[in-house]
Design a protein around this ligand. Structure first.
Ligand code: PLP
Length: 407
């Protein structure tokens, strides 16, 4: 390097967008977990938001066959026709949503589908209501699109679902979207038909409002029913339905998600995606057709395994005095309120926040869980039970020992 080049500081060139994007607590804790394991520490992690199962064999086979047939070229931006048709059929039969293939836009992951929707709809100053606790990417993507997040918080005692009046009170003339995520990451909450009908009633009163309904955990349901928001009377035109293959089919690394939306929004989302990337991975899309049309034995096997682990986690958390946890009807997350432990001492230092609590649990007790601050809810921590039963048992023991050691 020349002398001039060595004085060059590329960080000074970074955009405010890049500087504002925080890597987040989950990535920080995962890195620290890896570092500690490399140094020989025994750490059990319940921090990951992804299935610990491999992708089912029939889906892997379909991807291999697609590659062998030469289906490795650019796909159309909105997705291959076979998959858009299969998804229209799935949404009609399983979700009572009457979308045409033209309403459906495939993306490189549901995350990208969310960003496509926000880039297509959000002007600077536009507001979106995000119900807290929320999946952290909603906030990040809204900021990235230049919009403003308005948070409406619900507590564990409310099963993390805010009453409709609280949502209504947050609506302003600038509100364009409401984020809805049922079943929910990080809480495992599922909205009932009655609750969704009340939300639909509210949406009817506001003619410029749309709902972004993220249904990615629909197949990981233990109790109750999944009701797609767009299936309620008059709501199809007011909804962007988001879903993907990562969770239910254990396909996180394949990067395939989709949005279904009123035609003008779907077309605009395709345009956004054509700027940022292009059509989603072609042979993955062919594998996704097989996932939708093939047997669902593995999906059901995984659901049952999560349900058994959910029961273990609920029992383990309820056995810790001071921890508050409600029902977990879906997903592979538990989000207990641990605020009764804040302000207590570990040795001679006080633990005031769930961030400090999670750092201490990792460093001193060898268990990784994620602070609720990452999800807009500082009173709680998130445990993922997409982990083996042995790991869950060990983690619960460590958590209990750690929390009860605080005084
Ligand atoms: C609520 C929710 N929506 C969307 C996603 C993103 O999924 P994908 O892997 O399809 O981008 C996640 C992943 O953690 C999630 O928890």
């Amino acid at each position: 390097m020349t002398e001039n080049a060595s004085k060059f500081d590329a960080s000074a060139l970074l955009s405010s967008r890049a500087n504002a994007a925080d890597e987040g607590a989950i990535i920080r804790l995962s890195q620290r977990t890896r570092e500690m394991r490399t140094k020989g520490h025994d750490v059990v992690s319940l921090s990951l938001g992804e299935p610990d199962f491999d992708t089912p064999e029939n889906i892997r086979d379909a991807a291999k066959q697609a590659m062998d047939k030469g289906l490795t070229h650019y796909a159309p931006v909105a997705g291959i026709p076979e998959l858009r048709e299969a998804l229209a059929e799935k949404l009609r039969v399983e979700n009572k949503l009457d979308y045409k293939p033209a309403n459906i836009v495939l993306a490189n992951g549901t995350k990208q589908a969310i960003n496509n929707a926000l880039l297509a709809l959000i002007e600077p100053g536009d507001e979106a209501i995000i119900m807290a606790p929320y999946w952290v990417a909603y906030e990040a993507s809204m900021k990235f699109a230049g919009g403003k997040c308005v948070f409406v918080t619900a507590s564990v005692a409310e099963n993390y679902k805010p009453p409709i009046e609280r949502i209504a009170a947050a609506i302003t003339p600038a509100t364009k979207l409401i984020f809805l995520n049922s079943p929910s990451n990080p809480t495992g909450a599922v909205w009932t038909r009655k609750e969704l009908e009340a939300l639909a009633e509210l949406v009817r009163k506001h003619p410029k409002l749309m709902v972004l309904s993220d249904e990615i955990y629909e197949y990981i349901l233990f109790e109750g029913e999944n009701v797609s928001f767009g299936s309620l009377p008059g709501m199809l035109e007011r909804t962007i339905t988001l879903n993907g293959f990562s969770k239910g089919f254990a396909m996180t690394g394949w990067r395939l998600g989709y949005a279904a939306a009123p035609l003008p929004v779907a077309v605009a989302m395709g345009r956004m995606q054509s700027i940022v990337s292009a059509g989603a991975n072609s042979f993955v899309q062919h594998a996704a057709v097989a996932a939708l049309k093939g047997h669902r034995d593995d999906v059901e096997m995984m659901r049952k395994a999560y349900q058994k682990r959910r029961d273990m986690v609920l029992a383990g958390l309820k056995a810790i005095p001071g921890v508050t946890i409600g029902p977990i009807p879906g997903t592979f997350y538990a989000f207990p309120d641990v605020s009764s432990f804040l302000g207590k001492k570990a040795g001679n230092h006080v633990i005031d926040t769930t961030d400090q609590l999670c750092d201490w649990l990792l460093e001193e007790q060898g268990v990784t869980v994620v602070p609720g601050t990452a999800f807009g809810s500082p009173a709680s921590i998130r445990l993922s039970f997409a982990a083996s039963e042995a790991d869950i048992e060990k983690a619960l023991e460590r958590l209990k020992k750690g929390l009860l050691a605080l005084s």
